[in-house]
Ligand binder design. Structure first.
Ligand code: HEC
Length: 250
């Protein structure tokens, strides 16, 4: 587990951040009462790992493309307030992605998973908004199924039933989907064994070392395709494994 955590953090540092050069990071503002909780140090790396979109906290609300404050749609409450989402920079693609993610199931679960001293600081607001929006996930789940069949089904069962190939000793996608941190695992699968030996992500991974070429026909894909796989996996119903799974269980 320790090693995986380290590899995961390495992946965070190494990922080239697409789009950052032209547009700069997305500018997010939140008042000190929220920012000082440390929640952004927890959630933003997770968002950036998944989307390659970088975010910076700005001190002046007027400069922000995305604002968490007292206007807009209520997202979560804690640290003395209900926090609402407003998107003055709507139209900017990366700002939209951050806003969608914050409002999505996944984003909200990440926020409510922030528990600095073992106690969650934030919860969903008591009063649900009149019309909850459908969850927005980036990535094309249909493409994700195609990519999974092509790139992963050699080893993993990738389909909801058992028709999708895979080998018995390798966890199926539904089993992996049942892990609470499945998103991090998928987002970084290419640095998690056994994949680095045979996986190339365009513009992300280094070429295989000459003295250690891939032992099998390599898995080659782009970050967009990985996002599509994650969108597909997100929609799979998790395998029912009885007791909660821990990393050592498979
Ligand atoms: C050549 C076989 C092979 C291929 C191809 C393969 N995997 Fe895996 N994968 C494995 C094995 C074996 C494990 C279990 C490793 C373990 O138990 O530590 C695994 C584990 C995983 C895990 C969990 C990793 C962890 O440590 O938590 C994820 C996520 C994953 N694979 C995603 C993928 C995706 C996505 C693809 C296709 C793009 C893929 N794999 C292709 C063999 C493969």
């Amino acid at each position: 587990m320790g090693l995986r955590r380290i590899l995961f953090l390495c992946a965070l540092c190494l990922l080239p951040l697409k789009g950052a050069a032209e547009d700069g990071p997305v500018r997010l503002y939140a008042p000190p009462a929220l920012a000082d909780t440390g929640v952004f140090r927890y959630i933003l790396p997770r968002f950036s790992l998944k989307t390659q979109v970088r975010v910076t906290l700005v001190a002046d609300r007027a400069d922000a493309q995305v604002v968490l404050g007292d206007e807009g749609r209520a997202l979560f409450e804690g640290a003395g307030a209900v926090w609402r989402l407003a998107v003055p920079g709507e139209g900017a693609e990366d700002a939209g992605r951050l806003a969608n993610w914050l409002a999505s199931d996944v984003g909200l679960r990440t926020v409510t998973g922030f528990a600095p001293d073992g106690v969650a600081l934030f919860a969903l607001p008591e009063v649900a908004e009149a019309e909850p929006e459908a969850v927005v996930i980036d990535g094309d789940a249909a493409l994700g199924l195609d990519v999974s069949r092509r790139a992963c089904a050699r080893c993993h069962g990738v389909e909801p039933d058992r028709s999708g190939g895979g080998i018995g000793s390798t966890p199926s996608f539904r089993v992996l989907r049942a892990l609470p941190d499945w998103e991090e695992r998928f987002g970084a699968f290419y640095v998690l064994n056994p994949h680095p030996a045979f996986t190339q992500i365009t513009d992300v991974t280094e070429p295989f070392p000459i003295e250690r070429p891939s032992p099998i026909s390599p898995v080659e894909m782009s970050i967009d395709e990985l996002e599509a796989v994650m969108a597909y996996v997100w929609g799979l119903s998790p395998a029912d494994l009885g007791a909660p799974l821990r990393a050592q269980d498979f």
